[in-house]
Ligand binder design. Structure first.
Ligand code: NAI
Length: 341
């Protein structure tokens, strides 16, 4: 009998519970021996009378080493600090990895998009250091450290080499933020020149980079971005391949890894049973592949492969949710994938 593997599961807010249920259905149907240790965070934690990121949730992720997470709502302009930012900082999940790929069966403006975004996840303008310095005057501190900039650059180049990728491109604004973005590109250049000269490396000022991206995404391979740029460019790139419903992600540290879709809790469609669970399902596939690579779990890698084939088949046959032009609800899409396993 195959050894079972327990992972932490945070359903999250808004569409989170609907899409996690759909993903659990597909994983169960695939026969992957995964058990879920359900934990709360975000509004769900507050409603249960707990802190927004309960210590037990963090402990569960530490214990299992791996988590699948639904989106968590963050209030705009007031209220508690983002659970996502807290979690990434607490566990030092410094690399956000977001593969953005064209899918057969999802018609978009471009074909053959195959970009991996590597986003620095722990500093930049997400330091959360904001001050009211005088009435009507506020500041926000952008933090860049040599250690974090070097660490994420090395991670991106290593990833590129390991996956047989050819080029790493940095988007920056070092013409304006000469110190912070200047340090980011200085570290990337140094790591490239010392350890990765076999890979191509280039830099683009972010505004020009975004324009080139929407003109011809095929020129990009691995993108290395500081925190805020990575957040924004992830959604831009999602738009190239069919939207937020089809882009998965992972947040990786040296000890733990948390897998989650790029999209948020989508309050506008929450509770309607129409959200696309595919991005979270793809994140779960990334999680299974991660366990296969780091723990030698060939069985989980095989299950990941079968799930990927099944969702590609469903998409090719037009069995999709509304955001992709189909008419299936969240769970009906999960069933369509499960039937094709
Ligand atoms: P969002 O990603 O939740 O939604 C943007 C648009 O995309 C909405 O129209 C939504 O309906 C649509 N959409 C998103 N996911 C979809 C899916 N799976 N299927 C079909 N349509 C989908 O971004 P928004 O509205 O800016 O943020 C809502 C909340 O989510 C905020 O509180 C934000 O802080 C939070 N958020 C959480 C993230 C996380 O937990 N990792 C990431 C991004 C946002």
């Amino acid at each position: 009998m195959k050894e079972r593997r327990c992972v932490a599961l945070i359903a999250g807010d808004g569409i989170g519970p609907e899409i996690t249920e759909a993903v659990r259905r597909v994983i169960a149907a695939s026969g992957a021996p995964i058990d879920w240790d359900e934990r709360v965070a975000g509004l769900a934690a507050i409603e249960a009378g707990q802190p927004v990121l309960p210590e037990e949730t963090v402990e569960a992720i530490r214990r299992h080493g791996v988590a699948l997470k639904g989106p968590c709502t963050t209030p705009v302009g007031k209220g508690f600090q983002s659970v996502n930012v807290q979690l990434r900082k607490t566990l030092d999940l410094y690399a956000a990895v977001r593969p953005v790929r064209s899918l057969d069966g999802v018609a978009t403006r471009f074909d053959g998009v195959d970009i991996v975004i590597v986003r620095e996840n722990t500093e930049g303008l997400y330091s959360g250091i904001e001050n009211r310095v005088a009435p009507g005057v506020v500041t926000s501190m952008k933090v860049a450290t040599e250690s974090a900039c070097t660490r994420i650059a090395r991670w991106a180049f290593r990833y590129a080499r390991h996956r047989g990728r050819k080029r790493v491109t940095v988007f920056h604004k070092a013409n304006i933020m000469k110190l912070t973005d200047g340090l980011f590109i200085e570290c990337a250049r140094r790591v490239h020149d010392a350890e990765f000269v076999d890979l191509a490396y280039d830099e683009l000022i972010i505004d020009a980079g975004c324009m080139r991206m929407v003109q011809d995404p095929s020129r990009f391979d691995v993108l290395l971005l500081e925190n805020l740029y990575g957040d924004v460019v992830s959604d831009l790139c999602a738009g190239l391949v069919g939207g937020l419903g089809v882009v998965p992600g992972s947040n990786i540290g040296d000890r733990e890894a948390v897998f989650e879709a790029v999209h948020g809790s989508a309050p506008d469609i929450a509770g309607k049973g129409i959200a696309n669970p595919l991005a979270l399902l793809m994140s779960a596939v990334m999680m299974l592949n991660h366990l296969a690579e780091t723990e030698g779990r060939i069985d989980l890698g095989e299950a990941a492969g079968r799930i990927k084939t099944a969702y590609n088949r469903a998409l090719a046959e037009g069995r999709t949710t509304r955001d992709l032009g189909g008419d299936l609800g969240t769970l009906a899409f999960a069933d369509a994938v499960a039937e094709r396993l």
